[in-house]
Design a protein. Structure first.
Length: 290
């Protein structure tokens, strides 16, 4: 009888602790929602930055609280969260739009090394890089984007992750980003791979620029085991001008094998196939900075 009482008491204490944790996270979510509302309702860039920094700091507080890695944070409607299949990596990203049409991004990487979670701030250094597609980047000078998909592509004992992201760029073009991220033993992130495409073999990430008036798909295609992207093209008179680039109904593929990325032009994708739902999905409207 005594053992049963002890077990019941233990289970009840677990329920109480879980409820307390949920309350703490809910309070953080509520505070963050207020900061976002104040940010989006302001016409002042300085106020937007102030409130975005408040979101950043409050989110960091929440992520440092025990149990944060596994908490859903489902009430954070303006923050994107992606988690790797192996349960070791979780990344939070969000952004704000300035009056100039430019964007600033904020983020955190969480690396779960057997229960010990390393949290790293991501500092947007996009404006400091003239050729970000050619640069290896660290957390302190991250190419800012909102990540909406993560995929483990490396071997289990040496995991590499592919990230699909969105960048508002400016008032005339949007971007999609195919990024690689790896972590060292301490859980520090390093951004950049070796991506070939139709024009170069020396890219450290792929940045697809296209007209703000269209959408572009970039996502993992399970059937082909590769990242599939809309191929972008423009009318002959606007060749090379990203303001006029858009999908031309053909697709390119990128896959990782043996420590290298490979480019496959003109991938044969059956649009009516149900497996192609994933590449067509778009970033949720509420995540796009206002």
């Amino acid at each position: 009888m005594g053992k049963i009482v002890l077990i019941v008491c233990f289970l009840m204490s677990c329920v109480v602790m879980r409820a307390q944790d949920t309350t703490v996270f809910s309070n953080y979510e509520a505070r963050i929602a207020v900061y976002f509302a104040e940010c989006f309702s302001s016409d002042s860039d300085s106020v937007k930055k102030e409130k975005a920094n408040a979101v950043f700091k409050t989110l960091e507080e929440a992520l440092n609280f025990s149990g944060a890695f596994g908490y859903s944070f489902s009430k954070l409607k303006n923050i994107s969260s992606v988690t790797s299949e192996n349960g070791k990596v979780r990344i939070f990203t969000f952004g704000i739009a300035l009056n100039s049409g430019d964007y600033i991004y904020y983020g955190f990487t969480l690396f779960n090394n057997g229960g010990d979670v390393k949290i790293t701030r991501l500092i947007d250094g996009s404006e400091n890089e003239q050729h970000p597609e050619l640069s290896d980047m660290q957390a302190q000078n991250w190419f800012g984007a909102i990540y909406y998909e993560i995929r483990q592509v490396g071997e289990k004992n040496n995991p590499v992750y592919a990230l699909c992201g969105w960048d508002g760029a400016d008032m005339f073009i949007n971007r999609k980003v195919l990024e690689q991220i790896k972590f060292d033993r301490e859980g520090n992130p390093k951004f950049g791979g070796s991506f070939p495409n139709e024009t170069s073999n020396g890219n450290r990430r792929l940045i697809f620029s296209f007209s703000e008036k269209v959408t572009m798909s970039l996502s993992y295609y399970k059937k082909l085991k590769m990242i599939v992207a809309d191929h972008l093209n423009a009318p002959p008179q606007y060749k090379g001008n990203p303001r006029f680039l858009g999908p031309d109904m053909s697709f390119d593929g990128y896959y990782y094998k043996g420590g290298e990325w490979f480019y496959v032009p003109d991938v044969d994708v059956k649009i009516k196939n149900a497996d192609f739902i994933a590449p067509l999905k778009r970033i949720p409207a509420n995540i796009i900075p206002k």
